[in-house]
Design a protein around this ligand. Structure first.
Ligand code: ATP
Length: 203
């Protein structure tokens, strides 16, 4: 099974691109959504979170998001500790999910892929890009948030310039029709890969 990591900065359009692959019949695993679910369902992970943040981390078995956010917001060390236990749980869950899929390749959408070296577990990577100002306006249009909050979240992510050299495919997502055409062409290319030796140039 070929694993294709899909990422992009806030508001770049990675979820939009993920939906395009899904429409083409490709299974899509959305790491951030699954991570949120696992924090409420994976008993080992729940115990690790309680060991880290104390019993206030859960209310009636459900993650106390406000409490956790209050701890990790602006505290990079605590955020790193949380990520260090959540990421392995997501990786385990993804491996099990992947085994059940029947397609030639699967897409793993993750907001953070290059920053945490998750891309090394992928056979190929796709980076969705758009100019920062467009991304800010998109998020302001989509979410109840402020320009300052969007910029602050943006500042926690790598710049596109750092990610571009590491990506196999770059999708500049401005004109949606052009994006759709490029997704179709990437899909054709990935569908023609040999799953036993997907990336011969790496050998
Ligand atoms: P986040 O990291 O915040 O989850 P994202 O990278 O997944 O964002 P999307 O949610 O796919 O981004 O897109 C952000 C917003 O921009 C959405 O409302 C989406 O409908 C819109 N959008 C995406 N691509 C385009 C485009 N090419 N033209 C216009 N609007 C777009």
């Amino acid at each position: 099974m070929i694993v294709v990591g899909l990422t992009g900065g806030i508001g770049s359009g990675k979820s939009t691109v993920a939906k395009m692959f899904s429409t083409l019949g490709i299974p899509v695993y959305i790491a951030d959504v699954e991570a949120k679910k696992l924090m409420n369902t994976d008993e080992i992970l729940k115990k690790q979170i309680i060991d880290l943040f104390g019993s206030n981390a859960y209310i009636d078995g459900q993650l106390n998001r406000n409490y956790i956010a209050g701890i990790v917001f602006n505290n990079a060390e605590q955020l790193d500790k949380l990520n260090a236990i959540v990421h392995p749980a997501v990786a385990r869950h993804f491996m099990a999910w992947k085994e059940k899929q029947k397609s030639k390749y699967v897409i793993k959408e993750a907001a953070i892929l290059f920053e945490n070296e998750g891309y090394k577990q992928c056979d190929f990577t796709i980076l969705v890009t758009a100019p920062k100002e467009i991304r800010i306006l998109r998020v302001l249009d989509r979410d109840k948030t402020t320009r300052e909050e969007v910029i602050s979240r943006m500042n926690n992510q790598w710049e596109d310039d750092q990610k571009i050299p590491l990506a196999d495919y770059i999708v500049p997502n401005i004109d949606i029709e052009k994006t759709e055409n490029q997704v179709s062409s990437i899909h054709r290319e990935l569908s023609s890969k040999d799953p036993c030796n997907p990336n011969p140039s790496f050998c």
